[in-house]
Design a protein around this ligand. Structure first.
Ligand code: IPM
Ligand code: MG
Length: 362
């Protein structure tokens, strides 16, 4: 039997409760599909600041580097918002992405038929939407230097961030996206702002060149402002989207809302090495933390992505997706996706139902 080491980082807010359900699903998936998972749990983000004074300790980083992959909940909350940027909870996530070399962030936005009515857009616009946003994750505006706030001699302050990409950084994310598009509907939209930004002009050139090795994939280019509009106008035109770090941060939240709730969407962060990190795309939602009302599905589906991308366990990943669909088809809904005529359940009950479906006792 194959055995894997997984670092589990529940984090802050609703992180611990959603991760708890996802870990139960992972354990059952291991039993059913024949893999052994050794889990190590550690604090990260605000939880780590409270215990160790920093959002990510060197020890936890080392454990991450020694693990086969990381399962993460969410970080941050009002308690730590006043801190300097260099020690905010979010730094833990950014540092993990950078140190593990996770330059590609896969964010699928898929509309479940059972939930199409919970979207704020009309059913006929969102029904059947199935988009994969591939976000560049370790470069661009998030990491570029120079950065910071300086005080000028006349007392004015000046804040700086830099949007920078090198050819290899663009090429490797383009190849990941082209490879994913190839396994889907073979359509890739590269999103940039090449009408204004030089870095985006380079982006467009390099993506176009890389696409020559994928003649079966149809590549098109779109400006980011237009893409934001097209996503709500006619989202079904998209198959796979590849874009810069910040654009991807924004567009993936927008794409998420097409599906009805950001509480449904998983993500995978991968790179060239065997390292990977799996997390829901939503945040720590401190306002509902500890109340058993959070939706664990995004984190559970992130476990599905882990089994698929890190461990080649496609059957187990399909099993988890099917179990989620069955729980939804039976009318179970957490508060974020609740509608009249369905059954409102808590985080734990949703976890119970999915575990039940997965182990064949649903
Ligand atoms: C995300 C989040 C993070 C990001 C934050 C928490 C640093 O919004 O994963 O999309 O901006 O990348
Ligand atoms: Mg975000």
């Amino acid at each position: 039997m194959k055995s894997y080491r997984i670092l589990v980082l529940p984090g802050d807010g609703i992180g611990p409760e959603i991760v708890r359900e996802a870990v139960r699903v992972l354990t059952v998936a291991g039993q059913r599909y024949g893999a052994a998972f050794t889990l190590t749990e550690a604090p990260v983000g605000g939880a780590s600041i409270d215990r160790a004074g920093v959002p990510l300790t060197e020890e936890v980083l080392k454990t991450a580097l020694d693990s086969d992959c990381v399962l993460m909940g969410a970080v941050g909350g009002p308690k730590w918002e006043g801190l300097d940027y260099s020690v905010r909870p979010e730094r833990a996530l950014l540092r993990l992405r950078k140190e593990l070399g996770l330059f590609a962030n896969l964010r699928p936005a898929k509309v479940y038929s059972a939930l199409a009515n919970t979207s704020t857009l009309k059913r006929e616009v969102v029904e059947g939407v199935d988009i994969m946003v591939v976000r560049e994750l370790t470069g661009g505006l998030y990491f570029g230097t120079p950065r910071g706030v300086e005080t000028l001699p006349d007392g004015r302050e000046r804040g700086v961030n830099t949007l920078v990409y090198t050819t290899p950084e663009i090429e490797r994310i383009a190849r990941v996206a082209l490879g994913i598009a190839r396994k889907r509907r073979k359509k890739l939209t590269s999103v940039d702002k090449a009408n204004v930004l030089e870095a985006a002009e380079l982006w467009r050139k390099v993506v176009t060149k890389a696409s020559k090795d994928y003649p079966d994939v149809t590549l098109s280019h779109m400006y980011v402002d237009n893409c934001a509009m097209q996503l709500v106008r006619d989202p079904r035109q998209f198959d796979c989207i590849v874009t810069e770090n910040t654009f991807g941060d924004i567009l993936s939240d927008e794409a998420a809302m097409l599906t009805g709730s950001i509480g449904m969407l998983p993500s995978a962060s991968i790179g060239d090495s065997h390292h990977a990190l799996y997390e829901p795309i939503h945040g720590s939602a401190p306002d509902i933390a500890g109340k058993n009302i959070a939706n664990p599905v995004a984190t559970i589906l992130s476990v599905g992505m882990m089994l698929r991308y890190s461990f080649d366990m496609d059957g187990a990943a399909d099993g988890i997706e099917r179990a989620v669909c069955r729980a939804l088809d039976k009318g179970l809904r957490t508060a974020d996706i609740y509608q009249g005529g369905t059954k409102k359940v808590g985080c734990k009950e949703m976890g119970d139902a999915i575990v039940g479906e997965l182990s064949g006792k649903g």
